[in-house]
Design a protein. Sequence first.
Length: 158
Amino acid sequence: MRVLLDENIPHDLIPEFPGHEVLTVQGLGWAGVTNGDLLTRARGRIDAFLTMDRKLERQHDLSMLPFGVVVVLARSNRVQDLLPLVPGMREALGRIGAGKIEHLGAAAPRRARLLRGEEMTAQRADLSRSRGRSGVRSFHFADFSMRRPAPLRRSRCS
């Protein structure tokens, strides 16, 4: 499979995709090219596009592309933040098809998480624990790890 890495994906991840022909935007001389031009130039050259650009699907109609798009959602584009997501990237590349988009990572949109069948049970459990008898969510100062700041004292100027 021919995979194109967007400018925001570090080149250090290339060895993590054995068996794939991995190209980079910079390696093709397309650095600084707008997303629309990039998608047009990639037609017929790649099978999948790997990016961290969350706005791509809102800006362009990806359903008409002859390749799939994998959007990686991570804390940052540093290698140490992306390495835990590499197995998911490989799986997504294996099942992606033309005109399809896949989101993966901890910050994947809620819709994508629901489509994959992931539950947010931890959030539900936290929410149910913080509700009082009336069902209204209540906050307690003891729940927060920070202490209340001391009040500001005004100095008297003469």
